[in-house]
Design a protein around this ligand. Structure first.
Ligand SMILES: [Zn+2]
Length: 387
């Protein structure tokens, strides 16, 4: 077994899998997508439920893939870990609110008693995964985090996220001298606004987000947001129109994501791995299948092999199809672990056969336009990530 976080001993294992049952016990209460129950709103279970995550973990058990990885159940994040990113006032509010019956941590981030500990546990998974990969205890890692983290900001929760799992893990690892240059690729269908805000002026963290334009949050995630001060040119948003499928994602990966990651030469790559760009998601309007997500994983893994010794951490974010997230997650994790253990995906061929899966002219124009704009800015000396 590998030792986590504090561990500097133990055999080097290839892929670490970080999870904890407590993450599944976070209860956001009965909310719909963005609405509360009311006179004409029949109560509805929360969109963000444990089921998609628990079913993924169960599928890993049933297929046997979990037995090919080093399974780690690390401790919850400590208060001082969280303070690398979050304000003390926000943490106080969350702690007090949790004791007093719950509430909303900011903007559509509902919680109930016990949620704060679950959120600390979720952040603890990301911390341990980043720590272990940075130290070389395992080559790469998957953290099955819940609640998710990429919308949380320093002083408030947002979009089902209470704590910024990735910003906490990265800023902590940087403070400990474990890693300096980090790239965070977010392919959740929603903009990774929290991660962007955490590193907006940092020259050392390159944040990239592929998302559905103008979904949640409504007012962030444009291509024009490229960072500020020393972090200028270190934020690349790719807001795709709804309806993008396998061809559009393949094009944006090939034209922008892979060359940009390669050019930045990070010491560690993190993927904010949401599954809500899949064709079965109730909150997103994209068309990916499990094969496409596995292919994207393969592409990022190949960059990690070329530039940073394979150091890659995937952190679970959104994904609201309880039936399909497990199949997508299994395909991604099998690719990450380089495993031949696969499970049949009965939806895969059907989704691939949907109309408009190929790259459409308006999608190509948008993506090629971003590439040319980014290249122009880079060669103009305004930032240094030259594709
Ligand atoms: Zn999402």
């Amino acid at each position: 077994m590998i030792k986590s976080v504090a561990g500097d001993a133990g055999p080097v294992s290839s892929t670490g899998f970080y999870w904890h049952e407590r993450c599944f016990w976070h209860d956001p209460g009965a909310i719909g997508v963005f609405s509360s129950s009311g006179e004409f709103q029949q109560p509805l279970a929360a969109s963000e439920s444990p089921e998609s995550k628990r079913r993924l973990k169960n599928l890993l058990e049933v297929s046997g893939l979990i037995d090919e990885m080093a399974v780690v159940k690390p401790p919850p994040a400590a208060r001082e870990d969280l303070e690398y990113f979050h304000t003390a006032r926000y943490l106080d509010e969350l702690e007090r609110g949790d004791l007093e019956g719950g509430g909303d941590a900011g903007d559509c981030a509902p919680y109930t008693p016990g949620s704060f500990l679950a959120a600390r546990q979720s952040a603890g998974l990301a911390i341990a995964a980043v720590d272990d990969v940075a130290r070389g205890i395992c080559r790469n890692a998957y953290a099955l985090c819940r609640p998710p983290g990429h919308h949380a900001e320093a002083d408030r929760g947002r979009g089902f996220c209470l704590l910024g799992n990735i910003p906490v893990a990265v800023t902590r690892a940087q403070a400990m001298g474990l890693v300096k240059r980090v790239a965070v690729l977010d392919w959740d269908v929603h903009h990774g606004n929290g991660t962007q805000s955490a590193f907006y002026d940092s020259p050392d963290v390159f944040t990239l987000s592929i998302h559905q334009a103008g979904n949640y949050p409504l007012n962030t995630g444009t291509f024009a947001e490229q960072g500020e001060a020393g972090g200028y040119g270190r934020n690349l948003n790719m807001p795709l129109p709804p309806g993008c499928g396998i061809g559009a994602y393949r094009h944006v990966m090939q034209q922008l994501v892979v060359p940009a990651l390669q050019a930045f030469q990070p010491e560690l790559i993190i993927v904010a791995c949401g599954y809500d760009a899949c064709g079965k998601d109730p909150l997103g309007k994209m068309l990916l299948n499990s094969s496409a997500l596995a292919e994207m994983t393969e592409q990022v893994k190949a960059v990690a092999e070329r530039v940073c010794g394979g150091r890659l951490v995937m952190v679970h974010e959104g994904g609201y199809s309880e039936g399909y997230v497990p199949l997508c997650g299994h395909a991604v994790i099998a690719e990450l672990a380089g495993s031949a253990t696969r499970v049949p995906d009965p939806q895969d061929a059907e989704i691939a056969a949907w109309a408009y899966q190929e790259l459409q002219p308006h999608q190509r124009e948008l993506i090629d336009g971003w590439r040319s704009d980014w290249e122009h800015t880079a060669t103009g000396g305004k930032h240094a990530i030259d594709l």
